[in-house]
Design a protein around this ligand. Structure first.
Ligand code: AMP
Ligand code: ZN
Length: 459
């Protein structure tokens, strides 16, 4: 499979370092509020990537950090007048609930920064030993970017006008003020009760060092893929490269991948513009996690995605077409296991698209070509391919995670009553059929009999 490497700005074949198993690190949420749908665009991209890697036959170990100590979480805890732990806990829980709603597969590890302070301190100590770190008058420890040759190469930063020794203490900064960045921030009154002891006095880690320490703790000094949104490229990921490679003397990451941002109605999301949405905001407007996942994955990950409610409505329609097609295949497609040529063509197009840097728009075009050709074949009364095509859709859905309705949409209990009723109707046992209809109604499900069989809706 080919992927686009931000470091080389080119497509490259994905070859895992150990030949069989891909180790990937995905920068995770800062748990100071509910993640917004832009964040989830990036997490859905990373989910597609892990699923496609697995479908290609490789194993995956994915690590996603939870940033639970930084400028923003500390400010939030201080304003709420509670401990950092108490402040971040509900946002961590909300994050996992949202991950499940969107059908995002769980990563293997979700390390929290506050559980890895010892690793951070050990890494900073190595940087001191090698001469890359220094302590300033204010007690904070900085990384000396002038000492690391190639600093800024991921973000293609021009260091010409750089002021030697200029320092920046806050976690996020712009390309315009390239400067030594904080590895360890000395405690000050703004930090309240948040502090850990270190050889350099009480304080807390900088944001960038958390990711270096936790990625190398779980994936080793060198690993395969590191991802994030484009805003992570500089300084965050360049700082990670500098810290990690300065400490180990080894190449840190082989492939860097970044997803473009999500915008809403053509504009950057912001609270003041009134277009800032969390997942819950959209679900409250009547859309399902599956529909929102569809919108988030429907654009190519390296192009900006414009979220609109029209797109969410279109997702409802598109998924309905797929559901109807699968239903027709089940009822009228027969059980043969040979794929007709139109299905083989769609499968080949789908695989080629996904192997080409996760080209989801082309992969979805192949899915709809399949639906179109399959519906025509069914219209002509052809059969003998239903089970085979259903299996093929299930297999394509191992990577998209959106084509097949989530199991819970029809609870097992309801499905078994429906199965019983289908048997009753086939044997013209109308009394049993009516009794089962009433039982379904008592559970809150309305059943309709259509030429394509029973359809249920929740009341
Ligand atoms: P943060 O919690 O701000 O550190 O962001 C978590 C992840 O979401 C990072 O990988 C960011 O690059 C990504 N991200 C932030 N805003 C957006 C956006 N509007 N669209 C896509 N990804 C985003
Ligand atoms: Zn990170």
């Amino acid at each position: 499979m080919k992927i686009f490497n931000t470091m080389t700005r080119s497509l490259e074949d994905l070859v895992p370092l150990d030949g069989t198993h891909v180790r990937m690190y995905t920068c995770g949420p800062t748990v100071y509020n509910a993640a917004h749908i832009g964040n989830f665009r990036t997490y859905v991209f990373e989910d597609l990537l892990r699923r496609q890697i697995q479908r290609s036959g490789y194993g995956v170990t994915q690590v996603m950090n939870l940033t639970d100590v930084d400028d923003k979480t500390i400010r939030g805890a201080e304003e709420a007048g509670i401990s950092l732990d108490a402040y971040t806990k509900p946002f961590k829980e909300m994050f996992f609930a949202d991950v499940d709603l969107l059908g995002i597969e769980r990563a293997e590890h979700y390390p929290a920064a506050t559980d890895h302070i010892a690793e951070v301190i050990a890494l900073i100590s190595r940087l001191f030993e090698k001469g890359y770190a220094y302590q300033s008058e204010d007690g904070s420890v900085y990384f000396s970017i002038a000492k690391f040759s190639g600093y800024g190469r991921l973000g293609k930063i021009d260091l010409a006008g750089m002021q030697a020794g200029a320092r920046v203490a806050h976690d996020e900064y712009e390309k315009e003020n390239v400067a030594d960045f904080a590895l360890w921030k000395a405690w000050d009154a703004n930090d309240g009760a948040v502090k850990w002891d270190s050889p350099w006095g009480p304080g807390r880690p900088g944001w960038h060092i958390e990711c270096s320490a936790m990625s190398m703790r779980y994936l080793g000094d060198s690993f395969d893929i590191h991802t994030g949104g484009v805003d992570n490229i500089f300084p965050h990921h360049d700082d990670e490269i500098a810290q990690s490679e300065a400490a180990t003397g080894k190449p840190f990451v082989r492939y860097w991948m970044h997803s473009a941002h999500l915008i809403v109605d053509g504009k950057k999301m912001s609270k003041s513009a009134g277009n800032f949405y969390t997942l819950r905001d959209i679900i409250a407007k009547g859309y399902s996690g599956r529909e929102i996942r569809y919108v988030l994955l429907s654009g190519h990950y390296r192009q900006q995605l414009n979220f609109t409610f029209d797109a969410a409505d279109a997702a409802k329609v598109a998924l309905g077409r797929i559901d109807d097609f699968m239903e027709r295949l089940r009822l009228h497609g027969g059980t043969g296991d040979a794929l007709p040529s139109w299905a083989v063509e769609a499968k080949d197009a789908f695989d080629a698209a996904m192997d080409h840097d996760l080209n989801v728009p082309e992969a979805l075009a192949a899915v709809f070509a399949l639906v179109h050709a399959g519906n025509k074949a069914l219209d002509r009364g052809e059969k003998g391919f239903g089970a085979a095509v259903l299996d093929m859709i299930m297999d394509m859905d191992r990577v998209l995670g959106v084509l097949v309705k989530p199991e819970e949409s029809i609870p097992a209990e309801v499905q078994s009553l429906l199965d019983e009723r289908a048997v009753a109707r086939a044997s013209k046992d109308w009394a049993a059929s009516d009794r089962l209809r009433d039982e379904l109604a008592a559970l809150g499900w309305a059943v309709r009999d259509t030429p394509d069989g029973q359809k249920v809706t929740q009341r």
